[in-house]
Design a protein around this ligand. Sequence first.
Ligand SMILES: [Zn+2]
Length: 256
Amino acid sequence: MKRSRPLKRKTKRPEPKRSEPEAVDPRSIDDDAVVQGILTAISQKRLKPGAKLGEDKLAAAFGTTRIHIRQALSHLASRKVVMQIPNRGAFVYRPTWEEAQDIFAARRIIETATVAAAIDRLDKSGKAELKAHMELEARHDRNDRWASLSLTAEFHILVAKLAGNQVLLDMSRELMLRTSLAIATFEQPGEPDCSPDAHPDIGALILARDKAGAIHAMRHHIEEMEQRIRPREGEDEVDELTAIFQEIGARARAGG
Ligand SMILES: [Zn+2]
């Protein structure tokens, strides 16, 4: 329903340079439904690194315009979650092995800092929030893989939130996301996700205000995650090719 506009006073307001229809205010782009939808699918590993993000399909799926989709994708590209290749389109970002290692190294630094700051600032409401989250993790069905992945990521984001520093919180959110991409790219098949004991241990140490213990447990937890990934590209590709052609060659020889 359109409402008639009230008459405006002629004050000089800075007008946006380009008025793009259906474009999202850049200040609220992180809350945008398309951005959130893609981020959720990536953090739950439903969208894999390298997956094509077709503008038309996304526009149809989200019931929006291609302009809106393009804006969301270029925002995600600026956050290294999406890569845009000229003439080919947008894809879910595929980190290199070096980047994957850097992501975990950054997490070790940032999350040992956030866990310490969370303990310094821990108050009644923070304690309640942490306890509520720990209960949620304890109660939930581990077979529900998608819910499980979101919930375990939320634990790390909650610790950053309790640290009370918006910049650290933003960085943690970004690192969690990039971790999902690193793990999805380099994890060994069949490896378990976040070890089930890690969060209750870290949570209990935060509640007990055991700073040294919590820092140690957090670092150990991140190191354990990092051990799940192995370099794959390059050597493995060659190995795969070797295996394929050895097999073909063997068959050719056997067949005469
Ligand atoms: Zn964890």
